[in-house]
Design a protein around this ligand. Structure first.
Ligand code: CO8
Length: 257
């Protein structure tokens, strides 16, 4: 499949989506939304894909929503068209999705990275929610996911001042899981994705589901949900294989059953 604003590739069992609007620092317009969500839907239903990586360019993961596209939008059109709601499809992608961020991840770019399961950043990465400088506020989860990731003080600081957070600060605050040299970014991210892709598929999807549930449920509900998923994995052949392989001191041969 060929797209206008993204590049896609499947390497082994890992799908890679690269945002590709270099002339606009990967600004997220409606075409990017349609194409990215279509690509992810195709990867979700493709059994050959076990995990995915979302990345941008060296200079920009994405510099936000396309300001030129939304500049003249009116409230009624934004409301009736439920402007930006379609991006939710990224957050509901069922397979593991890792963001590899280099350079700017601003506004919708930061929000898109936060929709991924975790973020690996080059030390050049800069995160920010500068919407306030344009007379708006984050619209794709920045006020919610950023607050959950870094806490109220930092989130308020970033959302109200529009300042950027560098990779070191982002790692210290728990927004990103690892910071690497720019030249290592894709190798490190693909290695992480490849490692996940080698684990039993049902356990991987349930692990993602369980962690995500912690954002939606009370502790008691979340613990109950986790326990039920945990118990259900004893119905899989891969649980038998994984534990037998440990006891027999050999490598497991998982079947995704
Ligand atoms: N939208 C449209 N075009 C952009 C954007 C953008 N967000 N960011 C950069 N560009 C374009 C520039 O206009 C420029 O184009 P041209 O060459 O035609 O003038 C080109 O990309 C290169 O940009 P710069 O010349 O500005 O590059 P610099 O290296 O000087 O600066 C910056 C880089 C600091 C990243 C700067 O481009 C910048 O501040 N960009 C805007 C950042 C921003 O405010 N982002 C938030 C946008 S609002 C938002 O994201 C709302 C989110 C809610 C909904 C999300 C839905 C996806």
């Amino acid at each position: 499949m060929t797209y206008e604003t993204i590049l896609t590739e499947i390497r082994g069992t890992v799908a890679i989506v690269t945002l590709n609007r270099p002339q606009a620092l990967n600004a997220l317009n409606s075409t990017v939304m349609v194409e990215l969500t279509a690509a992810l839907a195709a990867f979700d239903s493709n059994d050959a894909v076990a995990a995915a990586v979302l990345t941008g360019s060296e200079k920009a993961f994405a510099a936000g929503a396309d300001i030129k596209e939304m500049q003249s939008l009116e409230f009624v059109d934004a409301y009736l068209g439920d402007f930006v709601a379609g991006w939710d499809a990224v957050a509901t992608f069922r397979k593991p999705l890792i963001a590899a961020v280099s350079g700017f991840a601003l506004g919708g770019g930061c929000e898109l990275a936060m929709m991924c399961d975790f973020i690996i950043a080059a030390d050049t990465a800069k995160f920010g929610q500068p919407e306030i400088t344009l007379g708006v506020i984050p619209g794709m989860g920045g006020s919610q996911r950023l607050t959950r990731a870094v806490g109220k003080a930092k989130a308020m600081d970033m959302v109200l001042t529009g300042r950027m957070m560098d990779a070191t600060e982002a790692e210290r605050m728990g927004l990103v899981s690892r910071v690497v040299a720019p030249g290592q970014l894709m190798d490190e991210t693909l290695a992480a994705a490849g490692k996940i892709a080698g684990f039993p598929r049902a356990a991987v999807l349930m692990a993602k589901e369980a962690v995500n549930r912690s954002f939606e449920a009370t502790l008691a509900e979340g613990l109950r949900f986790e326990r039920r998923l945990f118990q259900s994995l004893f119905a899989t052949a891969d649980q038998k294989e994984g534990m037998a392989a440990f006891v027999e001191k050999r490598k497991p041969a998982f079947s995704n059953r």
